[in-house]
Design a protein around this ligand. Structure first.
Ligand code: OFO
Length: 167
């Protein structure tokens, strides 16, 4: 395989492990909010990212190329809200998409048709990744609005009772 492509795939498989760390750290934050469903969901996202890395590793092995594992950036561990976790996630996934597109560009430049075919899975996966995060952002906002709506209805029931005339 072309060395530039092998190096770029190695970089990406390490980034997938880094992505797993990103979601593991988010899972830790969400656990502090007592949201077990979100905690579960992010734990699965962590597993998925590791699976993305392993798929790249298997591919390089199949093509007789060497895998190089590197060190990883410390992920962000603190957030201001659940919404922020998912907004940061969506931005992260957009970054992954552009990295995958760049890999595809290199594969095309060096006419590596096997890699083009292999990378198509990641191109499709990124459409799903971005969609699932943006859907969750919409839902979190909706739920928030619904909560506000209910609180608003409760506040609308308040009637004026002159405190100075109360016995
Ligand atoms: Fe979240 O798709 Fe891999 O990184």
């Amino acid at each position: 395989m072309d060395k530039k492509l092998v190096n770029a795939i190695n970089k990406q498989l390490n980034y997938e492990i880094e992505s797993a760390h990103v979601y593991l750290a988010m899972q830790g934050y969400v656990a502090t909010l007592g949201l077990e469903g979100f905690e579960n969901w992010l734990g699965i996202q962590y597993e998925e990212e590791l699976a993305h890395a392993k798929k790249f590793i298997r591919y390089l092995n199949e093509r007789g190329e060497r895998v190089h594992i590197t060190g990883f950036e410390t992920p962000r561990n603190d957030f201001d809200s659940l919404l922020e976790v998912f907004e940061v996630s969506l931005e992260h996934e957009k970054g992954v998409t552009s990295r995958i597109n760049n890999l595809m560009k290199i594969a095309n430049e060096v006419n590596d048709y096997a890699s083009i075919s292999f990378l198509q899975w990641y191109v499709d996966e990124q459409v799903e990744e971005e969609d699932s995060f943006s859907t969750l952002i919409d839902k979190i906002k909706l739920v928030k609005d619904a909560g506000l709506y209910m609180l608003d209805k409760e506040l609308a029931t308040r009637v004026f009772v002159d405190p100075t005339t109360e016995e």
